[in-house]
Design a protein around this ligand. Structure first.
Ligand SMILES: [Zn+2]
Ligand SMILES: [Zn+2]
Length: 348
């Protein structure tokens, strides 16, 4: 059997990536389908994709596959053909990242996990085989005209805060695990309504839709491909746009503007603002919304306290960092993901 992991140093792998001359395409895909033997599927995938020089990370679970990868442009079609040759993945949508330099990954990791999206569901009778119905942008718009339709946002608060669908219901928690039972509870007296669930790329709301059905809801829909796909379809087909504000995404831009509406407020002074930033004090790194005036006044820091620390010599700052419990950051979970990708993957 082929060696399934790399014995070459991270440093060397990175150097190799930067020496590549052929551009890479970065893309993501996911699919829920029964995988009887995840370890075996992982081995097969790894061996085939490594030949195509695919980098990135792929999670396999009994419930399906979730992948973020890059592939040399010349191998893109071969990779797509290979994926489509796997019966349950025939015709799978590959979401190609725009504005990406293709340098996010320099090694392929295919891992077996308990779930492709951690959901905290302990009920063994829950299955992803019974999912809500997909809606595309046009169908979602139509369904939203029905007064008996409720739209539910399955993302985190900081995502909802800067942009969401008209009249969408927020499930107020920053973890998906907590949101699932909360959504059921909040909708308990609305079992006869049409429920449309959505998230950024579709992977969370697809699971949420299955969970609602599992809990006795009947008319459950979810937005295929999430907000990313909705925004594209609205543009391409010149449809009415019912998403207001910004779609928060984890890349350098921290969000793609969909409409000019600014629906959030600066966390420091309260004026309308929707630009997320990470506190410049690296002992803090809090993700928060800051207006341009506050950004200038606090030099990109979240508080006077962090501003004061930033004025100290680097050595002093290091000493303070060593003693800090970073638990105070409310956006702790997202924080690691917001660091430059190169650093992130290296420490995995
Ligand atoms: Zn401000
Ligand atoms: Zn701070």
């Amino acid at each position: 059997m082929a060696v399934l992991h790399n014995r070459i140093s991270q440093k060397e792998l990175k150097e190799r990536l930067y020496q590549e001359t052929e551009p890479r395409i970065t893309l993501s895909f996911y699919h829920y389908f029964p995988v009887p033997d995840p370890a075996n599927f992982r081995d097969e995938l790894y061996q085939s994709l490594v030949k195509l020089k695919v980098f990135g990370r792929i999670y396999i679970a009994h419930e399906g596959i979730n992948a973020q990868v890059s592939v040399p442009a010349g191998n893109f079609e071969a990779m797509r053909d290979y994926l489509h040759s796997i019966a349950p993945l025939a015709g799978i949508r590959l979401n190609v990242a725009v504005d990406d330099d293709g340098k996010s990954f320099w090694v392929l990791k295919v891992k077996v996990r308990e779930k492709i999206v951690a959901d905290g569901i302990t009920d063994n009778s829950f299955s992803m085989e019974n999912k809500g119905r997909y809606v595309d942008a046009a169908e979602m718009n139509d369904l939203m005209k029905d007064p008996d339709t409720v739209v539910i946002d399955m993302r985190n608060h900081y995502e909802f805060e800067v942009g969401h669908f008209e009249n969408a219901l927020e499930i107020p928690s920053d973890t998906f695990r907590e949101q699932l039972p909360m959504a059921v509870q909040m909708m308990n007296d609305k079992k006869d309504k049409n429920i449309i669930m959505y998230c950024t790329g579709g992977i969370r709301c697809e699971k949420a839709s299955a969970f609602m059905l599992h809990n006795g809801f009947k008319n459950v829909f979810h937005l295929a491909g999430g907000i990313i796909n909705y925004a594209q379809q609205v543009k391409e087909m010149d449809l009415e746009n019912k998403f207001i504000g910004k779609n928060f995404v984890f890349d350098d831009r921290l969000g793609e503007r969909i409409t000019d509406d600014v629906i959030a407020k600066c966390h420091q002074c309260g004026i309308p603002a929707d630009t997320h930033t990470n506190c410049r004090n690296s002992g803090c790194h809090l993700l928060f919304i800051q207006c341009t005036a506050c950004a200038e006044k606090y030099e990109g820091c979240c508080s006077q306290e962090c501003y004061d620390i930033l004025q100290l010599p680097e050595e002093e700052q290091k000493k303070i960092r060593a003693g800090i419990d970073k638990g105070r950051n409310i956006f702790n979970k997202s924080k690691a993901r917001l660091r430059p990708k190169i650093k992130k993957t290296g420490s995995e």
